[in-house]
Design a binder for this molecule. Structure first.
Ligand code: ASP
Length: 327
């Protein structure tokens, strides 16, 4: 008998701003995570595929301004938004990804269309937008991605040395009293805001999806791990499904998502051992900061991170969603 279907999501990791830990800010994040988990859980409960559940979860995370993906994405050094996303089906090993899009409202839907209809795995820049347009996906004016919080975060980053991870770069903004601005209990100067989801469905299939605005003040054209299959996203029914968040360059060099799967396949590691090895041992060796969510075919779920906090949660069909921010 197959394990109970389950969805797990993340919305970025980073350092906790102790004095910004207020109940209202935390409640906003818990509520957003719970709503999104509930929606994806319904997809699975209705017999939907893991692929559909992760696509829906990430679409909702993109639409939520609290997270650095879609609406609420971070700014590049040029003051623009460049979005990346990927999705992978563990049943077929089919994958789709797009990078550096500027007007596609939901990058994960474009990645999903690549998986569904294209012979290719990845499109970038204008080619990715042309593909998305031909697929009839919704386009928005680039101003749609603007949020005042991310703008301030970018201004902060420009005043310092270079790039900043999303939640890291929002520190000063964490204390805003303006209700239109997201309050971020994780130190925005030390946080990563990519979103992602992994799921196991009733047929025993796994899937993963990841979406991001990247890192604040990144150079135009920079691509992180999120849209790279094997780095920020991986799924294989034989092992696990993984979605990552963190310092993308290190996750690329470590092939972080695939390494979890490879350790299970090649050395028979459990999901927990493989994930902990990647997040707690291998990534820190090259100063890789962040975390991941992963699920295996038995329904085991892990959500490890080597930062102080990570927005995260999981929901098994028939059970209440569980969400967390700090350790
Ligand atoms: N991993 C993402 C990137 O490097 C950033 C993040 O997780 O927030 O683009």
């Amino acid at each position: 008998m197959n394990a109970t279907p389950v969805i797990a999501i993340h919305g970025g990791a980073g350092t906790i701003v102790r004095h910004a830990m207020n109940a209202e800010a935390e409640a906003r994040y818990h509520a957003a995570l719970t709503d999104i988990l509930s929606a994806a859980q319904r997809v699975l409960a209705d017999g939907g595929s893991a692929l559909d559940a992760v696509t829906e979860a990430v679409r909702l995370l993109e639409d939520c301004p609290l997270f650095n993906a879609g609406h609420g994405a971070v700014f590049t050094a040029a003051g623009t938004h460049e979005l990346d996303a990927s999705v992978m089906d563990g049943a077929t090993l089919e994958a789709g990804a797009i990078s550096c899009v500027t007007r596609v409202k939901n990058p994960v839907l474009a990645a999903r269309r690549v998986l569904d209809v294209s012979d290719h795995v990845m499109f970038t820049g204008p080619g990715a937008e042309a593909f998305a347009a031909a697929q009839g996906l919704e386009f928005v004016d680039p101003s749609y991605f603007y949020t005042e919080a991310r703008h301030q975060q970018w201004l902060n980053a420009r005043g310092t040395s270079g790039t900043m991870l999303d939640h890291d770069a929002m520190t000063k903004f964490a204390f805003s009293n303006d209700p239109r601005d997201p309050i971020d209990p994780i130190d925005p100067d030390r946080k990563f805001g990519t979103v992602g989801a992994v799921a196991l469905d009733a047929n025993g299939h796994l899937a993963a999806a990841t979406s991001t605005g990247g890192i604040t003040n990144k150079q135009a054209g920079r691509v992180g791990d999120a849209p790279l299959i094997g780095a920020g996203c991986y799924a294989n029914d034989a092992t696990c499904a993984v979605s990552t968040t963190g310092t993308g360059e290190m996750f690329i060099r470590m092939l972080a998502a695939y390494d979890v799967s490879a350790q299970m396949e090649y050395r028979g590691a459990s999901l927990e051992d493989a994930s902990n090895d990647v997040v707690m041992m291998k990534l820190p060796r090259i100063e890789g900061r962040g975390g991941l969510v992963a699920v295996d075919a038995k329904g085991n779920v892990v959500l490890p991170f080597n930062t102080e906090g990570m927005y995260r949660g999981f929901a098994r069909v028939g059970e209440a969603p569980v969400t967390a921010i700090y350790r």
